[in-house]
Design a binder for this molecule. Structure first.
Ligand code: HEC
Length: 233
């Protein structure tokens, strides 16, 4: 009986909390396709991440050397294209900005993004990156549809242009909005998904071989079992 009550309680709590956290509610999230085997996409995402995010956000669970291997790059390529001169290939992706300074400048410390894809979900991240809009009331001059009063500026404004919020619908405020922006963001989110669970690439690849192995094993073992049990039935 006690266990039953316990189980019911946990069930109820999880229903309530999932409603609470889905409170961005009325805003429809833009789905994004995640493909960890698309190395080109991951490489493009990594480039965007290093150039536009790593100045404020760290990804301290990831080492450059591991990223090189997973993304199909040589260490040389990573050193030349994806790293700041002061970092070494064995280092984790940390930043030079001190947390105290960050707090002074932005009011909040930009969180480490290592596992943000698991905390927020990739569709949320995709929508977040696409829905910064002009808001004159904010110090940054911008706001965000799924993260109200966010302390982060619209760092990809050059790529996306600025959007205006017309009662919840975002429209381009200026010409020059890049149509490729959504593709750029999709690659970036693909990379963030990889960051959140890097070993998934190996696991998925290995999984196919394991299933094949089990199938072949079955082909051998099943006739054997039949032969052994032939006289017993
Ligand atoms: C100029 C500094 C700066 C840059 C560059 C920057 N961010 Fe941020 N970011 C912030 C700050 C500050 C916050 C915290 C906002 C808050 O809590 O109000 C934040 C928050 C976030 C969040 C929400 C985290 C949460 O709490 O769920 C995500 C996701 C994010 N940033 C992704 C990115 C990505 C992806 C890039 C690169 C395209 C990027 N940021 C570039 C400063 C920055």
């Amino acid at each position: 009986m006690r266990t039953l009550i316990y189980v019911l309680f946990i069930g109820l709590m999880s229903v309530i909390s999932s409603h609470l956290f889905a409170a961005s509610g009325s805003i429809k999230l833009e789905p994004v396709k995640i493909d960890l085997f698309d190395k080109a996409s991951l490489q493009r995402g990594a480039t965007t991440f290093v150039n536009y995010c790593l100045s404020c956000h760290s990804a301290s669970f990831m080492r450059y050397s591991r990223m090189a291997k997973d993304l199909g790059l040589t260490e040389q390529q990573v050193v030349e294209n994806l790293m700041f001169a002061s970092d070494k290939i064995g280092d984790t992706m940390t930043i030079a900005m001190r947390p105290d300074d960050a707090k002074k400048w932005f009011g909040v410390t930009p969180p480490d993004l290592s596992v943000i894809s698991r905390a927020r979900g990739t569709d949320w991240l995709n929508t977040y990156m696409r829905t910064f809009y002009l808001d004159a009331d904010k110090i940054m001059g911008t706001n965000n549809l799924v993260f109200k009063d966010v302390g982060m500026p619209h760092v990809l404004w050059k790529q996306q242009g600025y959007l205006e919020n017309d009662h919840g619908t975002l429209t381009a405020a200026s010409k020059g909005t890049d149509a490729d922006y959504n593709l750029m963001v999709a690659d970036l989110i693909n990379f963030l998904a990889y960051l959140g669970e890097p070993s998934k690439i190996q696991r998925l690849a290995l999984g196919k071989w394991v299933l094949l192995y089990l199938f072949l094993l079955f082909l051998v073992v099943y006739p054997m079992k039949k032969a052994f049990w032939k006289d017993i039935h």
